[in-house]
Design a protein around this ligand. Structure first.
Ligand code: GDP
Ligand code: MG
Length: 405
């Protein structure tokens, strides 16, 4: 308290009123502060927004089982994306643009022709226990449906056959060995016992499926990236007319793939682009979902609310964005895969947002789903991570940190 003695009296306040700055100055100061905060938020976002690391040379190779039952030497993976990118650079140059220039090209290069009908990408992180049953159910369907002669009714050209790309995401257990052993048994022997999966109703009736050699390819990421990183990596190297990614635990009923492909081909535009999203929304309230913990269901609902607020309308309209079973037509891939950033669980949302921004038709298709023991999702930690990932993704998208050049 300042006290001054004037004329023998004490005053507790200064005799002169304090001179206040004019109001406009306050507004300018606030504006500057806001701008500085935004600037730092923008810079911070640059730092935290994930950018996928380039693949190591060994990650662009695969191992398969040769006809003699031995594992092949590491062999280079065909990569449609590398060819597509090179063609795009040539196109840019021919149009007199620098390779750094942004903005869509008047004509985009086409993706190279498919070699098989169906590519299945399986992200696998320490899945030696769960992978066998999933593969058994997958190959039974794939070989029956697309194995020798592909039916023309899907209107998808002449490609035949299928491939499975297993992307081991820095697994520290025997995931890779398990996958190769599965391929070996199913290529060579007609007598091995089939492994039951989550959807095997009766073990005694389970048929053993012999598969063509080379149809299972195993890719090993040197360090763990996360499901998004592994799926995107696999999808850069697919040869299929259609591509699906599916969880290694066999939670989704594999034979529902046929439904997804039909629905996808039905909505494809004249350029042959379409996405079919497997959905568990019809199971809410049923045993499969109720069996999950209350906390997981509560967090799932909160996440859906966030999604609805934060994503563009057609993505927000999808009831189950997180289902690990999604089909893409080959021609849709160049609008999505080159622009992916998310390494973790939020990658599904990024894929859908990219499809939406490219005006690709999307359809949600109900599938069978069983919760399989051994989930690697840490309910609290991964939910927080997903909310954070979604916020970063949306802001990076809005502020132009993520662009489609
Ligand atoms: N690439 C990769 N895949 C993962 C990781 N964690 C889980 N996955 C895969 O994601 C799929 C679903 O995982 P899961 O643990 O069953 O999760 P949940 O079904 O959501 O409970 C499986 O194929 C896992 O192998 C990871 O860190 N990296
Ligand atoms: Mg699971």
């Amino acid at each position: 308290m300042s006290e001054r003695r004037v004329d023998g009296q004490f005053y507790s306040h200064p005799t002169q009123p304090l001179e206040m700055p004019p109001t406009w100055m306050l507004f300018v100061a606030l504006g500057l502060l806001g701008a500085a905060l935004l600037f730092w938020a923008y810079m911070g976002l640059h730092i935290v927004a994930p950018r996928p690391r380039p693949a190591h040379p060994s990650e662009k190779q695969y191992i398969t089982i040769l006809p003699n039952g031995k594992p092949s030497a590491p062999t280079n993976l065909p990569c449609w994306l590398d060819k597509w990118t090179a063609e795009r650079e040539t196109l840019k140059r021919s149009q007199g643009r620098s390779t750094e220039s942004k903005g869509p090209l008047p004509t985009a290069p086409a993706i190279e022709e498919p070699e098989v009908f169906m590519s299945v990408v399986v992200p696998a992180f320490n899945e030696e226990e769960r992978l066998g049953g999933m593969l058994e159910e997958a190959v039974a369907f794939l070989q029956e449906e697309y194995g020798d002669a592909h039916q023309e009714e899907t209107g998808a050209g002449n490609a035949k056959g299928w491939e499975i790309l297993i992307v081991s995401d820095g697994s520290t257990d025997g995931t890779v060995e398990k996958a190769l052993e599965f391929a070996k048994n199913h290529q060579l022997s007609k007598r091995a016992l089939p492994e039951p999966g989550p959807w095997t109703a009766n073990k005694a009736d389970q048929q053993f499926t012999s598969i063509p050699h080379g149809s299972i390819r195993v890719i090993t990421l040197e360090e763990n990236r996360g499901k998004g990183g592994a799926v995107t990596h696999g999808m850069r190297h697919v040869r299929g007319q259609y591509v699906v990614f599916a969880d290694a635990d066999g939670a989704s009923r594999f034979e529902d793939l046929g439904k997804l492909v039909k629905r996808c081909s039905a909505i494809e535009d004249k350029e042959g682009k379409g996405v079919a999203v497997g959905s568990r929304a019809h199971l809410v309230g049923s045993e499969a979902v109720v069996k999950r913990s209350k906390l997981r269901n509560f967090l799932m609902h909160s996440f859906h609310l966030l999604l609805r607020i934060m994503t563009p309308p057609r993505t927000a309209a999808i009831k189950d964005t997180q289902c690990g079973f999604k089909v893409f037509s080959r021609n849709a891939l160049p609008d999505i895969i080159p622009y992916m950033h998310s390494e973790g669980w939020i990658f599904d949302v990024e894929m859908l947002m990219l499809a939406e921004s490219a005006n690709i038709a999307m359809v949600e298709v109900a599938i069978g789903w069983k919760e399989v023991l051994g989930s690697k999702l840490n309910v609290i930690w991964d939910s927080l991570g997903m909310a954070w990932g979604l916020a970063v993704l949306r802001l990076a998208w809005l502020l132009g940190i993520y662009t489609k050049e």
